[in-house]
Design a protein around this ligand. Structure first.
Ligand SMILES: Nc1ncnc2c1ncn2[C@@H]1O[C@H](COP(=O)(O)OP(=O)(O)OP(=O)(O)O)[C@@H](O)[C@H]1O
Ligand SMILES: [Mg+2]
Length: 348
């Protein structure tokens, strides 16, 4: 940017001094190149006209004898060239960025799809093996007297197997291969029910506050999917706050920039916010990766958020996350956007 005003001034001086019929194409090409350069240098669009005006003023001061009528014809041409090049380069840059974002998302979903297929395969085979373990353990257990050491060991095997079964169910849910029976589910009622369940299992020092902008919000889903979303997000929130603090859950119409003016809404936004430790950018980048966890071994399988991601996308929705690790507004907010079963009128 340093030499740009000077370079543009020289272009303007060149075209202003050109006599009628003199070729000014080289100056115009230079102005065009300058326009592209301004985009590379991240100069904002209104700066382009400022550069032109300042060069004009400088020209008027340097050459007071220059008659406007004599130069007016040529003076706007460098500005037009520079603005045109700026516009084109700006558009190319925006297209490139947009493409990069799309490619990143595509790569993320391909990666998740590949892991999903693998997880589903493993889960399926493992389920069969587990069936045999549970079946034989139960048979052995039936033959052992109550209260014996052998019986209690078998019970340990069965408890561990039940945890493994739970894990498999989550892997299958993530791979979107668990059977789902989509019905019309009122998210508001389902979230209230999930909160009641959570209150029994979370530490009493964790408060859950629910704010609903909608009385009802029907989506096509399996009710257990909504419960899984709420449970996973709230358990993570409680963990992030070290089991003490407030979790804020909101249900509101999903608002895009234009939809603020719309009378009907097409999606509902379910958000879960905590005032916990937040996430560093490198954690946030991997948060939906299956088996990614920062918790101690045995405390987290790293499947919770990949299950939530799988459900949100399976239902035709999306999930977004914002997080801060420090400051007044430290904490994390997950937003799950789900399409409503049929567009619903916005509340007054
Ligand atoms: N609300 C949150 N605040 C801070 N970090 C979070 C939050 N939610 C998730 N994380 C981070 O994302 C990681 C992955 O979360 P995810 O729910 O997928 O797995 P997990 O909680 O570690 O294990 P699991 O849910 O399987 O028991 C967590 O280990 C944690 O580092
Ligand atoms: Mg979790």
């Amino acid at each position: 940017m340093k030499n740009t005003p000077e370079r543009y001034f020289n272009i303007l001086k060149g075209v202003a001094g050109a006599s009628i019929g003199q070729d000014i194409e080289a100056d115009l090409a230079d102005a065009f190149e300058l326009g592209r350069l301004l985009v590379d240098q991240k100069v904002p669009p209104d700066e382009v006209t400022i550069i032109h005006h300042e060069a004009l003023l400088q020209l008027a001061c340097n050459q007071p004898n220059l008659r406007l009528a004599q130069v007016a014809r040529n003076l706007t041409r460098p500005l037009m060239e520079m603005s045109m090049a700026y516009g084109l380069a700006f558009r190319e840059q925006t297209d490139r960025r947009y493409q990069e974002i799309i490619n990143d998302r595509l790569e993320q979903s391909r990666k998740l799809e590949a892991v999903g297929t693998l997880a589903a395969g493993i889960a399926h085979d493992f389920n069969n093996i587990l069936g045999a373990i549970v079946g034989f353990a139960e048979m052995v257990g039936d033959d052992l007297p109550d209260g014996s050491i052998g019986k209690s060991n078998i019970q340990q095997i069965l408890r561990a197997s039940s945890r493994a079964r739970d894990l498999i169910a989550r892997m299958l849910a993530f791979a979107s291969q668990s059977p789902v029976n989509p019905v019309s589910v009122d998210i508001v009622a389902e979230v209230r029910e999930s909160i009641a369940l959570l209150r029994g299992s979370l530490n009493p020092a964790v408060q859950i506050v629910l704010e609903c902008e909608l009385d009802t919000a029907f989506v096509l889903a399996d009710p257990s999917q909504i419960q899984q979303i709420v449970m996973n997000l709230c358990i993570n929130a409680a963990d992030a706050m070290n089991d003490a603090g407030t979790i804020n859950i909101r249900i509101e119409p999903a608002r895009s920039n234009e939809s603020a003016l719309q009378e009907s809404i097409e999606s509902v936004c379910l958000s879960v916010a905590d005032t916990g430790c937040g996430m560093a950018p490198e954690v946030m980048a991997r948060v939906f990766d299956p088996f990614f966890t920062t918790k101690e071994p045995g405390k987290g399988s790293g499947l919770g958020l990949s299950v939530v991601y799988g459900i949100a996308t399976q239902l035709g929705g999306a999930i977004e996350v914002r997080s801060r690790t420090s400051g007044d507004r430290a904490g994390t907010r997950f937003q799950v956007l789900l399409p409503l079963q049929s567009a619903q009128l916005t509340p007054e």
